[in-house]
Design a protein around this ligand. Sequence first.
Ligand code: 0O2
Length: 268
Amino acid sequence: MEMMKWNEILLPYDQVVNELVLKFQGIQKNYLLLEKHSPIEEVYGRVKSMASILDKANRKNIPMDKITEKIEDIAGIRIICRFVEDINRTIGIIRERNGRDLKIIEEEDYVTKTKSSGYRSYHVTVRYPIITAMGYTEVLAEIQVRSLAMNFWATIEHSLKYKYNGNMPDELQKRLVACAEAAFKLDKEMSTIRDEIMEAQKVIQTKNNLVDEILKNIQSLYYVAKVDKMNQFNMQFIELYQEGNLEKLFSFNKQLKIMAELYKVRFI
Ligand code: 0O2
């Protein structure tokens, strides 16, 4: 297969990865704005390298003209969740899209059916429609959903796999399986203090959103209020911010809103 053809083959995958990453990041952002716990902690994606595609084709005896049909993870999306419980919620989000902007082809549950390597993750293979400069097409993409601990383990194990090129010493393999069990235990422990962690996360998000709002409100008042008054507000804000008391920050924002009414400024 010529070089140019590869570029054409991989072109839609690049766009699929970008679109899907953006969509899941959008959902994560929604949760943060609504000050709710987001099941999605982080999203990223990649197009499989040509070398890795060829390796897999070789390993699985896939003919060159069947690569896009048979290799399901040329476009790969990884969604990382803070807690194991969030994995199911995230899968629910993906299932909600089924028949809308994507079609689910297959689900593989390596969270409950752990691989012999110790690997845990939930894989959803989807068919995703896309329009590129070359026209309409549909390509396969693999969405991997896993917890932070599962991701930590998989990342380390993956690089070791590369290092040993399929000949990892038995002893190391055993230790990795033990590490996977430790990561699983960590996930279970974290789940027991989930409510407390989520509460702390909510307080941080409320504070971030409030600070954003205050700063935008101060900015709007700058155009109409007296400079001295605004400098005073700025100083007051810095003091309150350093003190970190949410109640005081809320009532300071109220003051800004009263002032906005006086000056007839439209606030957020
Ligand atoms: P990359 O892109 O470098 O991550 P199988 O024949 O079923 O074992 P298959 O057909 O490749 O594997 O499908 P599967 O099981 O869905 O695996 C696809 C991807 O899942 C892999 O991509 C890995 O990203 C991840 N994965 C699966 N098993 C393991 C594992 O034991 N350890 C780690 N770290 N990751 C795993 P690739 O092909 O490895 O490439």
